[in-house]
Design a protein around this ligand. Structure first.
Ligand SMILES: Nc1nc2c(ncn2[C@@H]2O[C@H](COP(=O)(O)OP(=O)(O)OP(=O)(O)O)[C@@H](O)[C@H]2O)c(=O)[nH]1
Ligand SMILES: [Mg+2]
Length: 342
């Protein structure tokens, strides 16, 4: 944004902010103003019921301008080198002339409120890059809530003109599957010399990977990394072929020396070329959207159903009938359903 533009926008922002409409945030986001982007994401993350209409309005405005980025998920066990990798890989991406946004999903923020991935400081050089934007994980009461905020943040980042979005999550539980369901390309970082059981990576997660990178392949580690590369490559071959016919790739790299990071980018580039031309990216995003819609609907229905007035009392009464063998468990469930589904 040039100076004149900036002053005009700042004036406008003041006015619009006072009117409490989503317009001022939207205008800022479209003008690549990262303060507006951050304020927008904060609004989306807000758990205040009163912020919801404004947040939804902002997302609606951004949606038509969203969708043009490469969405890349990155996961791996704690200490595998995710943050260091993103810092170094991020630079490779910026050198290609792309604008890069980094978002994180931290499963621990839902339980402890703390942020083990809130390491904006570790990405110290990336933070200073004008074409990079780094947003640590939202805190939330549930992992689902944190994931939703991240997913909606993607739209805002895209509307703000970021063309590569990295979404980082630590591979310890269900957060990887959540990230997988909001990205196009899923990158799994692995350590050499540790069996995958040892690394706590479930087979199911390996099956989701589009590329597997053995990290810390520097110094004495290179030999082991190469060995790991071939054994993982063999393991990946045993998985059923993917719908998009992409064959997952295995590579070694080092964030410390920068070795092979350009190769990692090339792999993702190939992936996006292959899957854009065959229409898979678009198709997959549609599937993801509808899945999120269905899942959210299911959650709403369930929570609405269970929070109906008198529900708990009725459950306790019917439980008693089941425990005293007056009614079968199945009939009990049917009775409750009939009583409350009107
Ligand atoms: N030798 C070497 N060490 C590395 C490399 N990348 C990361 N490390 C080191 O590995 C440790 C963990 O790196 P992080 O980037 O914090 O790992 P992480 O996966 O983000 O960890 P969590 O945020 O705890 O999940 C740090 O001490 C890094 O300096 C690498 O390419 N080579
Ligand atoms: Mg980290």
């Amino acid at each position: 944004m040039d100076q004149e533009h900036k002053e005009e926008w700042l004036r406008k922002r003041k006015e619009l902010k006072a009117s409490r409409s989503a317009e001022y945030l939207f205008e800022g986001i479209q003008n690549h103003d990262r303060f507006a982007l951050s304020a927008g994401i904060t609004l989306i993350e807000s758990q205040l019921e009163s912020d919801k209409p404004l947040a939804n309005e902002l997302i609606r405005k951004c949606l038509p301008f969203a969708g043009k980025s490469r969405r890349i998920g990155i996961t791996g066990v704690p200490g595998v080198g995710k943050s260091t990798f993103i810092e170094a890989f991020g630079k490779v991406i910026l050198e290609q002339g792309y604008k890069l946004a980094v978002l994180t999903i931290d499963p621990s923020s839902a339980t402890t409120g703390g942020s083990i991935l809130g390491d904006k400081t570790r990405m110290h050089t990336l933070v200073q890059e004008p074409n990079a934007y780094i947003r640590p994980s939202a805190a939330g009461s549930t992992l689902g809530g944190v994931a939703r905020a991240t997913r909606e943040s993607i739209y805002l980042c895209e509307a703000a003109g970021f063309d590569v979005i990295l979404i980082e999550t630590v591979g310890v539980g269900q957060s990887e599957t959540m990230v997988h369901s909001m990205v196009d390309f899923f990158l799994l970082l692995m350590l050499a010399g540790a069996g995958d059981e040892l690394q706590g990576i479930k087979r199911g997660i390996m099956e989701l990977a589009d590329a597997l990178l053995i990290t810390k392949a520097d110094g004495e580690n290179v030999k082991m990394a190469k060995l790991a590369k071939s054994s993982y490559a063999n393991a990946l071959h045993l998985f059923p072929p993917k719908e998009n016919e992409w064959i997952p790739r295995t590579e070694i790299c080092s964030s410390l020396t920068g070795s092979n990071l350009d190769e990692a980018w090339k792999i993702s580039d190939e992936f996006f070329r292959h899957n854009t031309s065959n229409g898979w990216i678009e198709k997959n995003r549609h599937v993801q959207d509808i899945d999120w819609m269905k899942e959210t609907l299911n959650e709403l229905i369930l929570s609405g159903f269970y929070s109906q007035k008198g529900f708990e009392g009725s459950v306790n009464t019917i439980k008693e009938a089941v425990l005293t063998q007056q009614m079968s468990a199945f009939e009990a469930a049917e009775k409750l359903y009939q009583q409350f589904s009107r």
